[in-house]
Design a protein. Structure first.
Lengths: 110, 111
């Protein structure tokens, strides 16, 4: 069964304390791996798409990487405004559907 | 640029009442359209998607239905709401096989 698993479920960091979020996927024929940020009461905001193992994407303090079995979202020197739930999703070849993980709730304390 | 509008933002409905949630997309043509539901603390569950006018694919059997009367309009409906229909409903669009872009959601509470 195609599945996406995120860990940890929740993460508390001090401002400036770098860390990584994990997204493991078991999807046959991965077409793309997507990262989103979701603030409370809002829809998810698209961050990155990764298509092949070894690919990396960066945006401000965030960097996403991809291997054949998992993706990492690295957060460097986070700030309180980075607090949010981070979702990853995968899609299969020739499919319009995204399979989402349950997310990691990140809290960055000042 | 493309924008997606979803309304209402919040809705409280009694059990057994009908439902209609609307979503429209601006700034693009022939988008793929999606309805997702998000339960508290859980991931997003795909309910319906559409690749064209009148074309609806259902992912989860339930008492909800979807329609696409116009190219950039997607409607989620129910004839009789159940308590279990409560949740956060999200509409999204994508340019073919590209990433999904979400609206700000509707918080539905069935009482």
């Amino acid at each position: 069964e195609d599945q996406v698993t995120q860990s940890p479920e929740a993460l508390r960091l001090q401002e400036g304390e770098s860390s990584s979020l994990n997204c493991s996927y078991t999807v046959s024929g991965l077409r793309g791996l997507f990262w989103y940020r979701q603030d409370p009461g809002k829809g998810p905001e698209f961050l990155f798409t990764l298509y092949s193992a070894g690919e990396e994407k960066e945006k401000e303090r965030l960097k996403a990487t991809l291997t054949k079995k998992e993706s990492f979202l690295h957060i460097t020197a986070p700030k309180p405004e980075d607090s949010a739930t981070y979702l990853c999703a995968s899609s299969m070849d020739s499919s319009y559907k995204l399979i989402f993980g349950s997310g990691t709730r990140l809290l960055v304390r000042p | 640029s493309q924008t997606i509008h979803q309304w209402p933002a919040t809705l409280v409905q009694p059990v057994g009442s009908p439902l209609s949630l609307e979503c429209t997309v601006e700034g693009t043509s022939n988008p793929n359209l999606y309805w997702y539901r998000q339960a508290a603390g859980r991931g997003l569950q795909l309910l319906f998607y559409s690749v064209g006018i009148g074309q609806i694919s259902s992912e989860v059997p339930q008492n909800l239905s979807a329609s696409r009367p116009q190219d950039r309009q997607f409607i989620l409906s129910s004839k009789k709401l159940l308590l279990s229909d409560s949740g956060f409903y999200l509409c999204a669009w994508s340019p073919g096989l590209g990433p999904l872009h979400f609206g700000n959601g509707t918080r539905l509470t069935v009482t």
